[in-house]
Design a protein around this ligand. Structure first.
Ligand SMILES: *Cc1c(COP(=O)(O)O)cnc(C)c1O
Length: 350
């Protein structure tokens, strides 16, 4: 039986069409802006997010780090949701490389309000660290793919800008937010100092992310990209995959969201799974187990033996992700397998 891989939307492999686009891409030297395909990608993404300029990066993690390096000085403070990728999953790069302290805001679903943002910003003083930057995730990853409502997003942006902070959007799944709400990408990124989108997540590319900002931000971003390891030369091979995804993989994101909602519906009919489903639902599903007397590690192992791969999060929650390489039928099959497994485990327990 073929594995149904719900571990992450990073588990996709390039489609045939994408591979053809990659194989036939026009390439040059990205270091000198001489790679035409990378240039085209940067222009298109900057246009879609309404920024002056963009730079192609190997990863979203590097976009967050470069933006932090541009927006802050060592000893400054960065404000972000406590569960955010930048706080929990980037090896403390902000601290280790940018010399920045993180001021995490505890949230229920990765979203904080303008008031919570204002409360986290420190008064300028001789003794306090300087609050220099906020970062938000659209959609939230470890909070279950919740979408920031646009008024909340802009309220937080204004609170930060009023206090002189720089504002940054981690848009690893910004395309998903837009697909779920119909709000254009550029409406979300309007007025922010920097934002990026990932192509290795729901977009189905091998790797790569595009970081946007104004021309001045971009000069500094390029310097930091260089300092962190340099340019990518014939990066058009990978940029071609991203261009292909912009043409072919954006409208289909609605399928992933419908599949995630279906998965929740099929499992929620049983008493063993407790969901924290946001509204709207995107492609990430978080849940807990209930009444099974097995821990999440054991449950994940059993599920894998039966052909369904889930991700265990650190705090007893499980995550399932729908994506390009999971069909609706596979989602139905996965829900059936998990329901059967839970019923058997519940019977064992009683
Ligand atoms: C995956 C992810 C990142 C990092 O992106 P990579 O391309 O995997 O380095 C950053 N932020 C969020 C919210 C993510 O989900």
């Amino acid at each position: 039986m073929k594995l149904i891989d719900l571990y992450s939307d990073t588990q996709t492999v390039p489609t045939e069409g994408m591979r053809v686009a990659m194989a036939t891409a026009k390439v040059g030297d990205e270091q000198m802006d001489g790679d035409p395909t990378t240039r085209e990608l940067c222009i298109r993404v900057a246009e879609q997010l309404d920024f002056e300029a963009a730079v192609f990066m190997p990863s979203g993690t590097m976009c967050n780090l470069v933006a932090t390096l541009v927006h802050t000085r060592p000893g400054d403070e960065l404000i972000a949701d406590a569960q955010s990728h930048i706080c929990t999953t980037e090896g403390a790069g902000a601290a280790a490389i940018a010399g920045v302290a993180i001021n995490p805001i505890p949230t229920r679903n990765g979203i904080f309000t303008a008031d919570e943002c204002r409360a986290a910003i420190r008064e300028p003083s001789r003794t306090a660290p300087r609050s220099a930057m906020i970062s938000i995730e659209q959609t939230t990853n470890f909070s279950g793919g919740a979408v920031w409502p646009i008024d909340v997003l802009h309220g937080v942006r204004d609170a930060a800008l009023d206090a002189g902070l720089r504002t940054h959007i981690d848009g690893a799944r910004l395309f998903n937010a837009s697909a779920a709400t119909g709000v254009p990408l550029k409406a979300y990124t309007d007025g922010w100092d920097s934002a990026w989108v990932d192509f290795s997540k729901a977009m189905g590319c091998p790797f790569g992310a595009v970081l946007c900002g104004d021309a001045r931000f971009m000069r500094d971003a390029w310097t930091w990209k260089y300092r962190l390891g340099g340019a990518m030369r014939q990066s058009g091979i990978v940029a071609a995959a991203a261009l292909y995804a912009l043409d072919h993989h954006v409208t289909r994101l609605a399928d992933d969201h419908a599949n995630a909602a279906l998965f929740i519906r099929l499992l929620a009919s049983e008493p063993y799974f407790v969901f924290e489903a946001p509204n709207p639902i995107t492609n990430l599903v978080l849940f807990r187990l209930q009444g099974l007397h097995v821990n999440t590690v054991t449950f994940v192992e059993h599920a894998l033996q039966r052909g369904v791969r889930l991700r265990k999060l650190s705090d007893g929650r499980l995550r399932a992700t729908t994506h390009l390489d999971v069909t609706r039928d596979q989602v139905v099959a996965a829900a059936g397998i998990l329901n059967d497994l839970a019923r058997e485990l519940a019977a064992d327990a009683s």
